[in-house]
Design a protein around this ligand. Structure first.
Ligand SMILES: [Fe+2]
Ligand SMILES: [Fe+2]
Length: 353
């Protein structure tokens, strides 16, 4: 309450023109298929979306903030050929994936939202995906890797290409310009595409995708890259958590039930692609990390994402083989993961998902 306002009763918006636009009624706002004014931020129907935007802004950083000097030495003098293989292929996969993520949120998902508080966070997410792409490029440039070779790797390595193809096919479905979300078939297609994006692409493939490099970081190798990826992981943890909240909200508002066969197919296809990818990047296990370890963690994380949207666990009994991954994501202030910069810079609240 501002001190110049002595009236404690909330004021009703005044309408001076009875023929003109009506004030926005918060109950009329919807995630999709809403008809309220998309340019009017408040009143908020989804205040949690605004909170995500506030928290995202507390994780502000650029790749130039992090010292990469030791990584240059490590890469050229300390990594074994197997470790180089892991490092390079993880970067090759991630850099293509983050462009795909940016395009999906910015071009396919955001335009379908009919509440501006959702779009505001997604606008921030688009920027963050671009920032992630810059980060990989910064690592590639700093280590003086062959850019043409690294960026083309996803095209010529079938096991990397397969993951990108699965993502392209599932995400392209939501990019169709004639998609009409009032049509039940289109709505199902969109919700499955968004579920894949939030639960698998960001929630598993990104979330778990940094682990092989964290395994190097935990042994004191490539620590600058590891720190860069910790910042990215923190963004991604918010992205998939937000995405799953939006999916839940759409399921409730539109009264949709997911097709269990389509969901099962999504998990099976994603697991097969991840297994093949893990078998390739870790064809020789590195100290403390193996393909089996990576795939098991995928299954464990997938179970969690499924529960978040009220689905049964796709891989019952999967074990949490890398519990340290959650610590990397939450990066609470009291834990000094940041050895190359001032930790107080990060002030974001911890998240639950
Ligand atoms: Fe990203
Ligand atoms: Fe993301």
């Amino acid at each position: 309450m501002l001190d110049w306002d002595d009236d404690a009763t909330p004021k009703q918006p005044q309408t001076s023109n009875p023929e003109g636009p009506r004030p926005v009624n918060v109950d009329d706002k919807r995630v999709i298929n809403g008809e309220t004014d998309i340019n009017q931020l408040a009143p908020f129907k989804y205040p949690w979306a605004w909170e995500y935007f506030m928290n995202a802004n507390k994780n502000h950083w650029t790749p130039l903030d992090i010292n990469m000097a030791q990584d240059v030495h490590d890469y050229h003098h300390r990594l074994t050929p197997s470790e180089k293989h892991v490092y390079e292929n993880v970067l090759a996969y991630l850099t293509t994936s983050d462009i795909l993520a940016m395009r999906n949120i910015g071009l396919a998902v955001m335009e379908k939202m009919s509440a501006p508080e959702l779009q505001i966070y997604q606008a921030r997410q688009v920027y963050e995906e671009a920032l992630h792409t810059w980060t990989y490029q910064h690592c590639i440039e700093t280590l003086n890797l062959d850019q043409s070779e690294i960026y083309n790797r996803y095209r010529v390595v079938p096991q990397i290409n397969q993951k990108i193809q699965v993502a392209n096919r599932r995400l392209d479905a939501a990019m169709r310009s004639d998609m009409n979300l009032r049509n039940p078939d289109d709505l199902q297609e969109f919700i499955m595409s968004y579920l894949f994006f939030a639960a698998v692409f960001e929630g598993c493939w990104f979330y778990n995708g940094f682990s092989p490099i964290f395994a190097l970081q935990r042994r004191g190798l490539m620590r600058g890259t590891g720190e860069q990826l910790q910042y990215i992981l923190r963004d991604e943890a918010m992205h998939f958590s937000f995405g799953l909240k939006v999916v839940n909200q759409i399921l409730e508002e539109e009264n949709i039930t997911l097709d269990p066969n389509a969901v099962r197919e999504m998990w099976d296809e994603s697991e097969a692609a991840e297994q093949a990818y893990a078998d390739y990047i870790l064809r020789d296990p590195i100290l403390g990390y193996s393909a089996e370890y990576h795939s098991e963690q995928f299954r464990f994380v997938a179970n969690r994402r499924a529960r978040t949207v009220g689905l049964e666990e796709p891989f019952p009994g999967a074990r949490n083989v890398s519990p340290w991954l959650d610590e990397q994501a939450t990066m609470r202030k009291e834990k000094n993961f940041f050895e190359t910069r001032v930790i107080e810079y990060q002030t974001g609240a911890s998240l639950e998902w």
